[in-house]
Design a protein around this ligand. Structure first.
Ligand code: PRP
Length: 206
């Protein structure tokens, strides 16, 4: 039997991703414990649970046949994968934010702006396209604290409710990218496992 391995991201996309597969008849085994390769109620589907930023890596390489990731992570990695399905959840935006009282779009003193972000490639591309040089500082989380401590002038980060920005005295200045969850597929697996792939696609779309 052909088995499809599906990479799921830990974090905010995990529960809605599992729910979508559950409705498609493939729920992760309840007794998986701390196992990271998890069988499902459908013997033709196995799950792999990884960090969000790693889903495109596993799928592009073929270690996983399919995956669910956010378009933020997908564009940042630039992975060469198929994107057969927008999933209709995980909507948010990648935005530039700055302290409410900070000069924008030119920092005080006319210095080159420092921008803290988990998305160095997208941030660089955004400001580069506008001909605005910035120094990008890569951090891996809690990005909103960077301007408060003088690490950066601005940040580029995901905004959902806006609660984290407000709580840290930051305001949104520009949108870099509208984001949402997408199903991604390995190019070769889509061909080699075509029947199983089409069948799963049909169930996920139903
Ligand atoms: C994300 C993002 C923001 C926050 C936005 O962080 O990086 O910090 O959610 O959500 P809000 O607009 O609803 O407040 P996440 O919870 O993924 O944690 P992280 O900072 O460790 O990446």
């Amino acid at each position: 039997m052909t088995r499809l391995r599906v990479a799921l991201a830990k974090g905010r996309l995990y529960e809605p991703s599992v729910e979508r597969f559950r409705r498609a008849g493939a729920a992760p085994a309840a007794d998986a414990g701390r196992r990271l390769l998890i069988p499902s109620t459908d013997p033709g589907i196995e799950f792999l649970v990884v960090k969000p930023g790693d889903v495109p890596v596993y799928v592009e390489s073929g270690a996983a046949d399919l995956g669910i990731t956010g378009t933020d992570v997908l564009r940042e990695t630039g992975a060469d994968v198929l994107e057969p399905l927008e999933l209709g959840f995980g909507f948010c935006r990648l935005s530039v934010a700055a302290p409410a009282d900070a000069p924008y779009p030119v920092p005080a003193g006319g210095v080159t702006a420092r921008v803290a972000t988990k998305y160095p490639r997208l941030a660089q591309a955004h400001f580069g396209a506008a001909g605005r040089p910035v120094d990008v500082i890569q951090v891996n989380g809690s990005v909103e604290v960077a301007p408060l401590l003088g690490l950066s002038h601005w940040i580029v980060d995901l905004v959902d409710t806006g609660g984290t920005l407000r709580a840290n005295g930051l305001v949104e200045r520009e949108t870099v990218l509208q984001c949402g969850a997408v199903l991604v597929a390995n190019r070769a697996a889509q061909k080699l496992k075509l029947d199983a792939y089409l069948e799963l696609m049909r169930r996920l779309e139903a």
